[in-house]
Design a protein around this ligand. Structure first.
Ligand SMILES: [Mg+2]
Ligand SMILES: [Zn+2]
Length: 229
């Protein structure tokens, strides 16, 4: 282990959200705002105030869009999603320090894989939801749904199920995220790098967190051993 990572009490592992974290904005919200199918705003409100599960809400939102719009929706996301500053540098830092990096996303495969393509992240380090365009409307599929140990439920892509594969006695678990898809995971990690709604949630719950703006901020804190800086 390098000098940098030996500043951590155990081997660090990173779990990084995609929408609104790796990308500057939430791509699902951006698509809904742009194409504006009737009813999407109520669904988002219900997800944010946790009266509807993420799985239910995300499924319902995409079901508002006809599959005939596949090209249009995909092109809109690929042309409009900006990558947050410092992301390639964070991946380099992880490689140099032998720190495993996982994308744990509540987003959808048809835009995540193309957007991450330039960064060379192994496919088995990317967890997200799937999609089925064979029907009349877009159907979201859930290859990484909650396991029995998830007490949150309805995550869609269950971040806690992925995180639990890295036992706490061996790993110092670090989550990077911004919003509702990160709430359950934030409760079971050692440290959260947070933005936006996730910062508020961490404050409310008293979870150890460091607010960040760019991935350069995260590299800085990781270099100093997380919260100790
Ligand atoms: Mg997000
Ligand atoms: Zn879950």
């Amino acid at each position: 282990m390098s000098n940098t990572t030996s500043r951590f009490p155990r081997k660090p592992v990173l779990f990084c959200d995609f929408d609104g974290t790796i990308t500057l904005n939430d791509n699902i919200i951006a698509v809904m705002k742009h194409f504006n199918p009737p009813g999407w705003e109520t669904i988002v409100t219900d997800i944010l105030n946790e009266s509807k599960t993420i799985q239910q809400g995300v499924g319902e939102m995409f079901a508002l869009l006809p599959t005939s719009m596949r090209e249009e929706v995909t092109a809109y996301i690929l042309n409009n999603a900006g990558i947050r500053a410092g992301f390639p540098e964070l991946l380099e830092w992880c490689k140099a320090n032998n720190v495993p990096f996982f994308v744990t996303s509540g987003g959808i495969d048809f835009f995540i894989y193309p957007l991450l393509e330039p960064f060379g992240i192994p496919a088995d380090h990317i967890y997200c939801n799937g999609s089925d365009f064979s029907g009349d409307t877009i159907e979201i599929t859930w290859p990484h749904a909650c396991d029995d140990a998830c007490d949150h439920g309805g995550c869609g892509m269950c971040k806690t199920a992925v995180i639990r594969r890295f036992p706490t006695d061996e790993y110092y678990r670090i989550l990077i995220g911004d919003s509702v898809t990160d709430f359950a995971g934030a409760k079971i990690v050692d440290l959260v790098f947070s933005r936006s709604h996730l910062t508020e949630k961490c404050q409310q719950l008293g979870l150890p967190h460091i607010p960040f703006d760019t991935f350069h901020d995260i590299i800085h804190h990781l270099g100093q051993g997380g919260l100790k800086s």
